[in-house]
Design a protein around this ligand. Structure first.
Ligand SMILES: Cc1ncc(COP(=O)(O)O)c(C=O)c1O
Length: 457
């Protein structure tokens, strides 16, 4: 039976909650997928630069993943056993620990969480609050950590936090070094230095309003925040500042992990050793899996302290172990660094021709292209106002051209490219051709017709 895409879209629109997300921006009905190509029920094919919000390190249905799943199914292994010991869990843990830096691995503990990144964030916050006996949390502007209460409280986006009354924890928001829109109006390396100095002074100010901190949580490259990379030196400063005050450092690698930024774990770029790493998305090889890995001296939990029914899905552990080993064996982090650098450089080169591109940034295959109103005056750092309506029009124009690209960042004005690490050179060129063509067309329409550049409709 050939599904009728229009009927499916209509029925799901009518029955699903108002909170439905990606289905709004991408009204397609995927029926087959392989690598970075997704085929819709209408027969159209798309290059997928969203990759399940950074989940699909190997693209869709990679043979390494499908064979691991098939092998496990054929073996008769139980698919669900709560958190009992299984050969699949043992093998996944072996594969995961092999990816950790030696010093960290030797003293690491893993906790299997409910299968979403947000539950692993909750676990990390709870672990450090239990271990330190403190309740305060340090988090960053622009950060995103998930949708459950604790994870939401440490996220920056006011639009998603504001409608939820109350709040689980006392959170101090610190400035993230976002060079293009520097919180101090300075930008560059200097802006990051000021952000670090401000953090240190605030923590030591007895009247600064900061309650004793159970943890600092950060992303090495902010994902939903618009592919904003933090300088390595700033991260080293955060490590020094937290270590000197005995505050555990939680690095949220839910989106940056498994090679995406050009290192297996993004924190490796800086040489920093965190206390807790939060992992999800790619570690399950397309299937739901989330864990925290942390230093053993924080393991002060009582049995059942962070329990849950779906903590370690057998198929996800098999697919995840196969993915972790493949990424390591094939050197895909290095490949992400090389292809990402080429893509970023070509995009950067388009800025003169397409002045709507305000900033091109990222690390490895986590790339952000921030669109701005080229006619508006720049601020003191040279940044022009964000152009979210134009960005939404570019996203739609990309879809028309067979390219799936999602938005993120402040005002949803940043096009985020998260292709699989297996993207070929040819696919990377096609992605950039379609993207630049879409931006050029939308810009031309905006210049000729009704103004698309502003923030409000
Ligand atoms: C850095 C980061 N942390 C946590 C999460 C939450 O993960 P999940 O959507 O699986 O709950 C996300 C999701 O995008 C993320 O990017």
């Amino acid at each position: 039976m050939t599904p009728n895409p229009a009927d499916i879209l209509r029925r799901q629109r009518a029955r699903e909650s108002a909170a439905r997300t990606y289905a709004r921006s991408f009204p397609i009905v995927p029926v087959r997928a392989s690598g970075m190509t997704v085929e819709g029920a209408d027969g159209r094919r798309y290059l997928d630069c969203l990759s399940g919000a950074g989940t699909l390190a190997l693209g869709h249905n990679h043979p390494v993943v499908t064979e691991a799943v098939r092998r496990t199914l054929d073996s008769g292994a139980p698919l669900h056993v709560l958190d009992l010991a299984t050969p699949q869990k043992d093998d996944f843990t072996e594969a995961l620990f092999a990816t950790l830096a030696a010093g960290f691995r030797d003293r690491a503990r893993v906790h299997f969480c409910g299968p979403a990144g947000t539950d692993a964030v909750e676990a990390a916050l709870k672990l450090t609050q239990t271990a330190t006996g403190r309740r305060g949390l340090l988090a960053f502007t622009g950060g995103y950590h998930g949708m459950t209460a604790g994870a939401l409280a440490v996220s920056g986006n006011v639009a998603v936090r504001a409608p939820v009354p109350g709040g689980a924890a006392e959170v101090t928001r610190l400035p993230y070094p976002y060079a293009y829109r520097c919180p101090f109006g300075v930008g560059g390396e200097r802006g990051a230095q000021i952000a670090a100095a401000y953090t240190e002074r605030l923590l030591d100010d007895p009247a600064g309003g900061v309650v004793p901190s159970a943890a600092m949580i950060l992303e090495v490259v902010q994902g939903e925040g618009g592919a904003v990379p933090a300088p390595d030196g700033w991260l080293r400063e955060m490590r020094r500042i937290t270590a000197e005050r005995e505050i555990p450092l939680i690095v949220d690698e839910v989106q940056t992990g498994v090679g995406r930024t050009g290192a297996f774990w993004a924190v490796e770029h800086s040489g920093v050793e965190p206390d807790v790493i939060v992992m999800s998305k790619a570690i399950g090889g397309s299937l739901p899996l989330a864990v925290i890995v942390y230093r053993d001296d924080y393991d002060g939990w009582a049995p059942g302290a962070h329990t849950g029914t779906f903590r370690g899905d057998t198929l996800a552990m098999a697919a995840g172990a196969a993915t972790l080993r493949f990424v390591a064996r094939e050197g895909l982090a290095g490949r992400a660094a090389a292809v990402g650098a080429r893509m970023t450089s070509r995009l950067d080169g388009l800025r003169t021709e397409l002045p709507v591109i305000g900033d091109v940034r990222g690390r490895g295959l986590m790339i952000g292209v921030e669109l701005v109103d080229p006619q508006a005056a720049p601020d003191g750092c040279g940044a022009r106002p964000a152009a979210p309506r134009l960005a939404a029009a570019v996203r739609a124009a990309c879809l028309d051209r067979g390219l799936i690209v999602e938005l993120g960042g402040r005002y949803d004005a940043t096009l985020r490219l998260l292709p699989p690490l297996t993207i070929t050179d040819e696919e990377a060129e096609v992605v950039l051709d379609r993207l630049s063509d879409a931006i050029a067309q939308v810009t031309a329409q905006a210049t000729a017709g009704p103004h698309l550049a502003g923030r409000s409709s």
